[in-house]
Structures are given as structure tokens and as C-alpha cells.
Design a binder for this molecule. Structure first.
Ligand code: PLP
Length: 120
């Protein structure tokens, strides 16, 4: 079962890791309504996915995918929702009620001055 990556442009390392290791990934670069329509139609036809990874909001375009719709698709078709909230940060954006896993860049939590590396 591949993972889904996208529903807003994902951090590049997340995409590369998912593409190179494991069962593969389906990449949606925009997180648009038509991307989610495509996902829903694949699920209806029986395709299954392990997880959907997305940024909320996305970096650098600041587009925000429809997390309510993603949550309801995840509940219906049984995949995990992993949200990277680095740009908004948990002080400003509460994605916990809609995500199964929330990730954030340690580098950016530690410092916004490019003088620290948290690293994955
Ligand atoms: C949106 C986003 N997620 C994750 C990361 C990875 O962060 P770190 O290497 O600090 O864990 C970055 C780093 O630039 C990022 O911009």
C-alpha cells in the first residue's frame, strides 16, 4: 500500500523518503479540490493508502489543504493523516483534532535566525 504525499506541496525530504523507501508514494502537489476528488475516486475504486502527509499551511505557497475533508476521507478509507505544521507552528495553528500525527521542524522551533540546526 503506497503513501499519499501532498495535499499541499510537501517538504522535499518527506517526499523523497516516501518515494525511495517502502511501497512508494502518490504525489499531489497542490492540495486542490481536484486533487482530493482524484484521491476520493481512487479510494472508491478500491485503491488503499497507508497515510497522507501534508503541510498546513504549505511552504512556500502558503496554501492550506481542506483538512476537514482529508479527515473524513481518512476515517472512511482508513489511512493516517500526518500534518507538518512547521510554517504555522502549534502556537498559531491547532491541527491536532484533525491529524493522527503532527510533525514540526525542530530547526525552526529552536531559532528563526539560521544559526541552529535541529535536524531530522
Ligand atoms: C516544512 C518543513 N518541514 C520539515 C523541515 C525539516 O526540519 P528539521 O530538519 O529541522 O527537522 C523543514 C526544514 O526546512 C521544513 O521547512
Amino acid at each position: 500500500m503506497p503513501s499519499l504525499n501532498g495535499a499541499s506541496f510537501p517538504y522535499i525530504d518527506t517526499l523523497k523518503v516516501l518515494e525511495k523507501f517502502g511501497p512508494g508514494a502518490l504525489f499531489y502537489g497542490h492540495g486542490s479540490t481536484s486533487d482530493l476528488d482524484d484521491l476520493e475516486s481512487r479510494c472508491k475504486q478500491g485503491e488503499r493508502f497507508l497515510a497522507l502527509f501534508c503541510e498546513f499551511p504549505g511552504n512556500p505557497l502558503l496554501r492550506s489543504p481542506d483538512l476537514d475533508r482529508i479527515r473524513s476521507l481518512a476515517d472512511r478509507y482508513d489511512f493516517a493523516v500526518v500534518v507538518d505544521e512547521t510554517i504555522g507552528n502549534f502556537l498559531n495553528v491547532n491541527v491536532l483534532p484533525l491529524a493522527d500525527i503532527v510533525v514540526s521542524s525542530l530547526t525552526k522551533v529552536f531559532s528563526g535566525d539560521s544559526n541552529v540546526m535541529g535536524g531530522r
